[in-house]
Design a protein around this ligand. Structure first.
Ligand code: ATP
Ligand code: MG
Length: 416
């Protein structure tokens, strides 16, 4: 923010402007690439609040600031879904003079600790032209608060309840106390592109979120077996993608693959106990093709060792064999309880528990093979026209584009 923007809004030298100061963690470690990461983070912040009244997100000397109008709770909740942000500090930006800083500090303290309590002032002066050194600023601000409020607030140097931070920077002085926790991780778009296999269950939306958390741009692949699975089952997946889109900071594509003919062919031509194994081998083949078509480098799934028959190590070995692409399973060591907790935090849990049929459950064998053998699966697939089945499923794939507001476009495919 420019200084004149602050002074223009000044009201008789009193409190000026409320900002959110964005703290980013790991980004700082990225050396030469740091600017690239920060630019991406700023873009993602701008996108997250694009439909709110316009404002200018600025960066200067290791700080990103977002002006707040009268929409603090909304802006905070939007930005808590932007990966790469570690903390969001509500800040008062004031003119760089001691009385303005003192008044702002008192206001911040009264808002944070309305019933009084212990505090400490910590100051930092990056603008060395400011005439007072940091300890002097702290002392003058603490003294002012004490004088104005008598014994309501007491200064305490060791383990105070609240720390009032004063930062005297080139553009303004910032005063703040406390912060909201950010989503952490890396800004989406800094970690390459992957496809995620998104079912309507609890696990795969969490796996999608874990991919995005590390900066990965995702596209979802969903296998549907219409008419064995209903329109509502698909709607559920699109609703999940809508929730995830808010964390993605840009629309999410969902490729809905027509899986029915493949399932019918497996059911008609392969032994029942290998049905799931072979079906999942097809899922990975299709996911890989869609990944290649969209320049994605990996496939994510919501698998966790031992959860169901297809998630034993023997099953994963036999299933994984159809692809050379990295298959990443961020939930691999999680218990269901931990996954549920995270799904609640993300906002997908309530959608995931809606009753529905998944393509996996439609042809579910009574006794799926828990330790399938690769050689047997390969032999059983001799009865299937693998390439034709895959080509047909891909040809009938429909792509939807989901934003936090719902379906944006519908079509074969679209590149932003
Ligand atoms: P989830 O809760 O994610 O459905 P799950 O515990 O039910 O997982 P499975 O049904 O064995 O486990 O599926 C394992 C993984 O395979 C899922 O996490 C998901 O990544 C993928 N998957 C399963 N069914 C589908 C589907 N219909 N469309 C896309 N991906 C699927
Ligand atoms: Mg499932």
């Amino acid at each position: 923010m420019a200084v004149n923007e602050i002074t223009n809004n000044e009201n008789n030298g009193r409190e000026i402007k409320q900002l959110l100061m964005i703290k980013y963690g790991e980004l700082g470690l990225k050396g030469k690439n740091k600017n690239q990461f920060i630019n991406r983070l700023v873009k993602n912040i701008e996108r997250a609040i694009a439909d709110l009244p316009e404002r200018k997100v600025s960066t200067s000397l290791g700080r990103i600031t977002v002006p707040v109008l009268d929409d603090m709770p909304e802006v905070v909740s939007r930005l808590q879904k932007v990966f790469g942000i570690y903390a969001l500090c509500p800040v008062l930006a004031v003119e760089k003079n001691l009385p303005a800083i003192q008044r702002a500090a008192l206001q911040v303290l009264q808002e944070s600790l309305p019933n009084g309590g212990e505090f400490k002032v910590e100051s930092r002066r990056s603008d060395k032209r400011f005439p007072m050194a940091s300890p002097e600023i702290s002392k003058a601000v603490g003294g002012y608060i004490f004088a104005q409020t008598a014994d309501k607030y007491t200064a305490r140097m060791k383990k105070p309840q609240h720390i009032i931070n004063v930062e005297v920077r080139d553009e303004a002085a910032y005063v703040y106390c406390g912060s909201y926790t950010g989503a952490k991780g890396m800004p989406v778009g800094t970690g390459g592109r992957a496809v995620v296999m998104l079912s309507g269950g609890i696990d795969s939306p969490v796996a999608t979120w874990m991919a995005m958390k590390r900066g990965v741009n995702v596209e979802a692949v969903h296998f549907e077996s219409f008419p064995f699975t209903s329109e509502r089952a698909k709607e559920k997946v699109l609703d999940l993608a809508q929730v995830l889109a808010a964390w993605h900071n840009k629309p999410i594509k969902v490729h809905c693959v027509h899986f029915t003919e493949i399932q019918k062919a497996i059911h008609a031509n392969c032994p029942e106990d290998y049905g799931i194994t072979i079906m999942r081998r097809f899922m990975f083949r299709l996911a890989e093709q869609i990944a290649r078509k969209n320049a994605a480098m990996a496939i994510y799934t919501g698998e966790s060792v031992g959860q169901v028959a297809s998630q034993t190590l023997e099953s994963m070995y036999t299933i994984n064999n159809v692809t050379n692409m990295p298959v990443l399973r961020p939930l691999i060591g999680f218990d269901k309880e931990e996954i549920v907790e995270r799904a609640q935090h993300i906002g997908t849990f309530d959608i995931s528990i809606r009753p529905y049929e998944d393509c996996c459950t439609v042809f579910l064998p009574a006794h799926p093979k828990i330790k399938p053998r690769l050689s047997e699966a390969v032999e059983m697939e001799q009865n299937l026209a693998i390439d034709e089945l895959i080509a047909e499923a891909l040809q009938k794939t429909k792509t939807y584009v989901l934003t936090p507001q719902g379906i944006k476009q519908f079509g074969e495919d679209d590149d932003e």
